[in-house]
Design a protein around this ligand. Structure first.
Ligand code: NAD
Length: 455
């Protein structure tokens, strides 16, 4: 790739360029101009979705091209623009006050390898809609496709008459460049999408942070649920992009009386049911066991005993099967198996198409297990039930940012469900489904002495 717009050798250059662009943007362009630029960005990403998806899988070596096309399309079409920027007006005999969302200026944003271009696209649309510029520190394992995306956004903005460099990135992102971005006096807000290490680093920065952290979404199925629909939907959703999505179902808790039926439906909907011996082989394949912690009783915390082998994250189910010596038909999308609550696949956010199923005596035990397995990430959860009291009880207890009933967890980000989308679900810091309004400062203009009060 030659010279790409918005891609800089140093953090300083990337921030300076974004800062200059944002100043021009605020002075010389209206909200309608922003919307015109966003429309152009949507258009070019829709046209290029296939190519971007292919480039992403090739570079990151994670996920499935077909699903990534849909992810790019969703971010391009479902991310809110300027329409969600809201204004509050207060008026009384004492005067009129207008409260609006003003831009921060330059935002520093960190992106994950699991949704590299979707995050740049979604954050880019939201941050431009709110009048900001952004400098990205992208995941190093997706830096080339990310640079391609940053260039594409810049080209679209220019085609719509806007300034270059509203979106920039550092060409060779590292932990050090991330720290430089965090420390720069010119970045007024930090937005991070990623795992616990990133969230911790950002929260230590001393700056305002919007963090979208890890999840481990449980799904409960009780005996009142539509088991056929639940089984088929969970297979499709949890295997989507090889379960790289933070929101994807990662473990199943099913009431005993319908467990066999559910497993049967799943096995007929694209899942491969692992035997006990195969479960052992897959576990040894994708996890290392920490010898120091291995002596502890298993109930202590499986998360300190098992560690994911990164090379197996986001791989195809067929590839995992092949590695343990099993040949399966090409339409197998994920692997399922029955296990107990302390299994590492239940407790650890594994981001691969392996879905553990825990049989529970009743819905109350399922709720207890699910709440524990979510580990207070406050991320996502789902329940399949036709009993509204149980659903309400679980929703309150699990207290996640996204709680889906009788649908795929992806419905919570507008995929097969209503509502706008985002690739940045701000969980530990609480902003939830981010949109352009999230990236604004509330600012008031007040007129005193009865000004503009006309009643
Ligand atoms: P990751 O944490 O390994 O990397 C994310 C980004 O943070 C990368 O750019 C990486 O270079 C950087 N990073 C990682 N550790 C860091 C540290 N200690 N200091 C500074 N920067 C650091 O995550 P990943 O594998 O790219 O993405 C998957 C993770 O992200 C999962 O945990 C998933 O649940 C989470 N995620 C959350 C959301 C959400 O909206 N809540 C969305 C996507 C992914």
């Amino acid at each position: 790739m030659g010279n790409l717009l918005g891609v800089f050798n140093t953090v300083e250059e990337a921030i300076e360029a974004a800062d200059a662009a944002q100043k021009l943007f605020i002075k010389g362009f209206t909200i309608d101009d922003r919307e015109r630029m966003i429309s152009e960005i949507r258009k070019v990403f829709i046209a290029d979705a296939e190519k971007i998806a292919g480039m992403t899988v090739e570079e990151s070596k994670l996920g499935r091209v077909d699903d990534k096309i849909q992810k790019v399309m969703l971010a391009a079409t479902g991310t809110a623009g300027t329409e969600v920027l809201s204004t509050n007006v207060f008026s009384s005999h004492q005067g009129t006050t207008i409260e609006e969302g003003a831009p921060y200026g330059v935002i520093g944003a960190i992106t994950p390898v699991t949704n590299p271009t979707e995050t740049i696209l979604g954050n880019g649309i939201s941050m431009i809609a709110s009048g900001n510029a952004v400098v990205f520190n992208v995941h190093p394992s997706a830096k080339n496709v990310s640079a391609y995306g940053v260039n594409l956004i810049n080209e679209a903005i220019i085609a719509a008459g806007g300034p270059v460099n509203l979106i920039t990135m550092v060409k060779e992102p590292t932990m050090e460049t991330m720290q430089e971005i965090a420390k720069s006096p010119k970045t007024k807000l930090l937005v991070g999408t990623g795992g616990p290490g990133l969230v911790k680093a950002l929260l230590n920065s001393g700056k305002k942070v919007i963090a979208a952290g890890a999840g481990n979404p449980p799904v409960i199925i009780d005996e009142t649920a539509n088991i056929e629909l639940a089984g088929a939907t969970i297979v499709a959703s949890s295997s989507f992009d090889n379960n790289l999505l933070c929101i994807g179902e990662k473990e199943v808790f099913v009431v005993d009386s319908v467990a066999d039926q559910l497993i049967n439906v799943m096995a007929n909907s694209g899942s491969y049911l692992l035997s006990k011996e195969e479960v052992v082989k897959v576990t040894e394949l994708v996890f290392t066991k920490d010898e120091e912690n291995a002596a502890k009783p298993c109930t202590e915390d499986v998360r300190s005993q098992f560690h994911l082998k990164k090379e197996w994250v986001g791989q195809d189910a067929i590839k995992i099967l092949k590695a343990i010596g099993v040949t399966a038909s090409a339409d197998i999308r994920n692997l399922i198996f029955e296990t107990d609550f302390n299994n590492p696949f239940v407790q650890i956010e594994q981001m691969m198409p392996v879905l553990p199923i825990v049989r529970c005596t009743d819905y109350e035990e399922a709720i207890k297990f699910a709440v524990e397995a979510e580990h207070d990430n406050k991320h996502s959860a789902a329940m399949w039930s036709n009993n509204i009291e149980r659903i309400t009880k679980f929703g309150k207890l699990i207290n996640t940012t996204i709680f889906v009933q009788n649908g795929a967890t992806m419905a919570g980000i507008g995929f097969g469900g209503s509502g706008t989308t985002t690739a940045t679900i701000a969980t530990p810091t609480g902003e939830g489904i981010t949109n352009s309004m999230t990236f604004t400062r509330r600012r008031r203009f007040a007129i005193g002495n009865g000004g503009n009060y006309i009643l």
